[in-house]
Write a protein that binds this ligand. Sequence first.
Ligand SMILES: Cc1cn([C@H]2C[C@H](O)[C@@H](COP(=O)(O)OP(=O)(O)OP(=O)(O)O)O2)c(=O)[nH]c1=O
Length: 198
Amino acid sequence: MNSLYLASGSPRRRELLTQIGVPFTVVSAAIDETPLTNESPVSYVERLARAKAAAGFAALGETSGACVLGADTAVIVDGQILGKPVDQADGLAMLLALSGREHEVLTAVALTDGQRCDTRCVSSRVLFRGISVEEATSYWHSGEPQDKAGGYAIQGLGSVFVAGLNGSYSAVVGLPVCETAQLLGQFGIPCWQNLTAR
Ligand SMILES: Cc1cn([C@H]2C[C@H](O)[C@@H](COP(=O)(O)OP(=O)(O)OP(=O)(O)O)O2)c(=O)[nH]c1=O
């Protein structure tokens, strides 16, 4: 059976992959996340997920039988791709742009064995209640928004802004577990559903 590697520095992705009972090893895959000119949001997250998987695979060198998983999450509002905020002003601008309305969260996952690379992209819609400048400022100072796409975490304090979700909760957190399990199955890597209940 192929061994699974997760090309990610994200603790959320590690937790979500652990949740579906598949053994894996973390490998580093730092890549340039700048969008290309006129790149669509779906093309962007799929390209980055593939690039992370490929970079992780390259970092393994000659390891045989390795499958490497990469993922990317972006928040989309008014056609704009929001990555991680670069500073406080950027973080506050993001939260205020998301305030009182719905936005899209796209997460792509890519899996490669060095021969082929398959991807899945999951779109979810998140509705935020109105957020005041004071709340946005105090949320920024919690330290939570800094390393999150769109400057918030649905799994953390940011949940107080979330009035609705239509889509995949795990995809918003960073790894769509349903689609990831299906992708792993296609590469011969079983998850919990292949185990017998005791
Ligand atoms: C919208 C949202 C994003 N996020 C996180 C998921 C991702 O870790 C991060 C988006 O940045 P990414 O560039 O997708 O991932 P990353 O840099 O954290 O990790 P990797 O090494 O795999 O590239 O935002 C949350 O944790 N909660 C949320 O509600």
